[in-house]
Design a protein around this ligand. Structure first.
Ligand code: GLC
Ligand code: CA
Length: 550
C-alpha cells in the first residue's frame, strides 16, 4: 500500500511569533521575522511548524484569547504578510499548523460584545449563561491560584457566563449549530490561506456538550468528525492535532474507531511518565504508558514532546511520582504552578547536564509517534523565573550575542531575552552553537536527520523489550526494517544482555549515530554497553541501512 501520511514522517517545531524574531524593530516578533528564519528551520531539518495563535487579541493569555478569528494581530503584520509567510513555508516544503482556539474567545470578541449589548440577538446564544451563580462555580477551575471561578457575573446582562479558563475567555456554546458553523468557517478560511492543519486547543472542553455539565460532560465526538470531514474535503492532506490531556483509554474515542476524527493527539500521559523516568531513573511507568497507547487506528498518530508553552503538567501522575518530579525538577515554590506543574524549561530542569539533555531529546525522538520540538530547546535555552505564571518559558529566541540576543533591534523589547546567568543569550545562542562543532545545535541537527531516515519510528509497530528498570529499550518493525533504541536513565555505566525477540536474518546491531556495533551472542542476546545517561540507536545489520519511506 502507498502511504502518504506526511505527519507520520514529520517533525514539528513550535513557536510563537512574538518571541521569535522582530523584523520591524518595534520590540515584538512578527511574521516578517519568522519568514527570515524559515531557512534556519529548514536547515535544522524540521518538516512542519506549529505556530501559536496570531489572530487579533488583547494578549491576556498569550493570544489564546482571540478577538477576531479572521485576522492577524497588527503587531505581527497583515493578512498579506501571513500569505507571504505561508507561501514561503510551502516553497521550502515546510507544513504550517496553526492553533484552533474555539473552546472560548476573548471577551473583546465582537460576538461577546454584541451578546452583552443585545441579549435578544443571536449572539447571546453563542455563549453559556446562568441566571443564578451555580453552586459548583469554584469547581473545574483550570488555573487555580489565578482563576477563582468558572462563572462570572456580567453587569450589563445581569447574568453569569461560563468560562472554563480565565474570566476574560467566555466559553463558546458549541451546542449551538450556528457556533459550529462558525467554527467550520474558521477552519475553511485558514486552509484557504495555506495552512496544513490545526492544533486544536483544549479538545476535552471543546466537545464537552454545552460546557455546563461540568461533573459529567457528555463528549460531542461528532464535532471532531465534522471538523475532519470539512478539513479533508477542502484540503486532502490537512491534519488535526489535539491538545487533550486524557488517559490513553479515552484516546480511541478521540481518534474514532475507523480513524474518522482526529489524526494526532499530544501524548500527555507519556510526557508525564517520561519526566518521572528522568527524575527517578525508573522507566516502568513510562513503559506502561507506552503500552497503553499502542492500539490506535491506522491513520492515528501520537505526538511526543518534552516541553511546551505551558507548565510541565504532572497532575495525572500518582502522588509519589509527582512528588519525585517536583523534588528533582521544581523544588522551589516559585518553580511550581497551579498545584500540578513546573514552569521551567528543559535544560535548567536537567541541571544543564548535556548528557541528560541529549538523553531526553533522544528518547523523545524515538518514541512511537511524531516529535514536537519547542523553539529554543535545540540550543538548550533557559527560563526566567522572575516572570509571572507561564511566561518564564516564553522568553525570546536567542540568535546571537548581539543586542537582545539578536531577537530585536528595539531598545525596549516587549519580551526581554534572558541576559544573565548560565542561560544568558551571551552564552546560549544559535550563532555560537553553529560555530562550535560539538554544540547541542549541531547534535540536534544530526539526530533530526537520522530520525527522518528512520520512518519505522513514525510508521512501524513497536514493542518494549525486557531490560532492568533504569533502561528503556524499544524495538520498531516496519516493512523489512528493524531497529532498536536503548536509553540508560542512570548516572552509571552498565552492560546488559538484550533479547530483541525473533529476528531471523539479524546477527548484528549497527549504530546509527556512532560507529558502534554489537554482535549477537551464543545465548541469542546482544551484549550492549551503555555510558552514564547513554543511548544507542541501532539498526539490524544485513538489512538495508536507509529504508525507503514508501
Ligand atoms: C490551552 C493552551 C494554554 C491556554 C489555554 C486557554 O491549554 O495551551 O496556553 O492558556 O488553552 O486557551
Ligand atoms: Ca515587530
Amino acid at each position: 500500500m502507498i502511504t502518504d501520511l506526511w505527519y507520520k514522517h514529520g517533525l514539528i517545531y513550535n513557536f510563537s511569533l512574538s518571541g521569535f524574531l522582530d523584523a520591524n524593530g518595534d520590540g515584538i516578533g512578527d511574521l516578517e521575522g519568522a519568514h527570515r528564519r524559515l531557512d534556519y528551520l529548514q536547515g535544522l531539518g524540521v518538516t512542519a511548524i506549529w505556530l501559536a495563535p496570531f489572530q487579533p487579541s488583547p494578549m491576556r493569555d498569550h493570544g489564546y484569547d482571540i478577538s477576531d478569528y479572521y485576522g492577524i494581530d497588527p503587531c505581527y503584520g497583515s493578512l498579506g504578510d501571513f500569505v507571504e509567510f505561508s507561501r514561503a513555508c510551502k516553497q521550502r516544503g515546510l507544513r504550517l499548523i496553526m492553533d484552533l482556539v474555539v473552546n472560548h474567545c476573548s471577551d473583546q470578541n465582537a460576538w461577546f460584545q454584541k451578546a452583552i449589548a443585545d441579549p435578544g440577538s443571536k449572539y447571546f446564544d453563542y455563549f453559556i449563561w446562568a441566571d443564578e451563580r451555580p453552586e459548583d462555580d469554584e469547581e473545574g477551575v483550570i488555573f487555580p491560584g489565578v482563576q477563582e471561578t468558572t462563572w462570572t457575573y456580567n453587569e450589563t446582562v445581569g447574568k453569569y457566563y461560563f468560562h472554563r479558563f480565565y474570566e476574560f475567555q467566555p466559553d463558546l456554546n458549541m451546542a449551538n449549530p450556528e457556533v459550529q458553523r462558525e467554527m467550520l468557517k474558521i477552519v475553511g478560511f485558514w486552509l484557504e490561506l495555506g495552512v496544513s492543519g490545526f492544533r486544536i486547543d483544549a479538545v476535552p472542553f471543546l466537545i464537552a456538550e454545552e460546557g455546563i455539565n461540568l461533573k459529567d460532560p457528555q463528549p460531542a465526538y461528532g464535532l471532531l468528525r465534522d471538523i475532519r470531514a470539512l478539513a479533508q474535503w477542502r484540503k486532502g492532506d490537512a491534519v488535526l492535532l489535539a491538545e487533550a490531556n486524557i488517559p490513553a483509554e479515552k484516546a480511541l474515542q478521540y481518534f474514532g474507531d475507523d480513524g474518522e476524527r482526529l489524526h494526532m493527539i499530544l501524548n500527555f500521559p507519556v510526557n508525564q511518565a517520561l519526566f518521572y523516568a528522568l527524575a527517578s531513573a525508573d522507566t516502568v511507568p513510562l513503559r506502561k504508558a507506552l503500552e497503553a497507547s499502542q492500539c490506535i487506528p491506522g491513520s492515528a498518530q501520537w505526538a511526543n514532546f518534552l516541553r511546551n508553552h505551558d507548565e510541565l503538567d504532572i497532575g495525572r501522575l500518582p502522588e509519589d511520582q509527582r512528588e519525585a518530579v517536583f523534588a528533582a525538577f521544581g523544588p522551589d515554590d516559585n518553580m511550581q504552578i497551579y498545584g500540578r506543574g513546573i514552569r521551567r524549561r528543559l535544560s535548567p530542569m536537567l541541571g544543564g547536564d548535556r548528557r541528560r539533555v541529549e538523553l531526553a531529546n533522544s528518547v523523545m525522538m524515538t518514541l512511537p509517534g511524531t516529535p514536537v520540538i519547542r523553539y529554543g530547546d535545540e540550543i538548550g535555552m533557559g527560563d526566567d523565573l522572575s516572570l509571572p505564571e507561564r511566561e518564564p518559558v516564553r522568553t525570546p529566541m536567542q540568535w546571537s550575542d548581539g543586542p537582545n540576543g539578536g531577537f530585536s533591534p528595539s531598545k525596549d523589547p516587549v519580551r526581554p531575552p534572558i541576559d544573565s546567568g548560565p542561560y544568558s543569550f551571551e552564552i546560549v545562542n544559535v550563532a555560537r552553537q553553529r560555530a562550535a562543532e560539538d554544540s547541542l545545535l549541531n547534535w540536534m541537527e544530526r539526530i533530526i536527520r537520522s530520525r527522518k531516515e528512520m520512518p519505522e519510528i513514525g510508521e512501524g509497530e513497536f514493542c518494549v523489550l525486557e531490560t532492568p528498570a533504569h533502561i528503556l529499550a524499544l524495538r520498531f518493525d516496519w516493512k523489512d526494517h528493524l531497529s532498536v533504541f536503548v536509553h540508560n536513565f542512570e548516572d552509571r555505566c552498565c552492560e546488559i544482555a538484550l533479547d530483541i525477540g525473533v529476528a531471523p536474518e539479524c546477527t548484528r546491531l549497527r549504530g546509527v549515530l556512532s560507529d558502534t556495533s554489537f554482535d549477537v551472542g551464543e545465548d541469542g542476546r546482544y551484549p550492549i554497553v551503555l555510558e552514564p545517561y547513554g543511548y544507542h540507536w541501532l539498526r539490524a545489520g544485513g538489512l538495508e541501512q536507509i529504508p525507503q519511506s514508501r
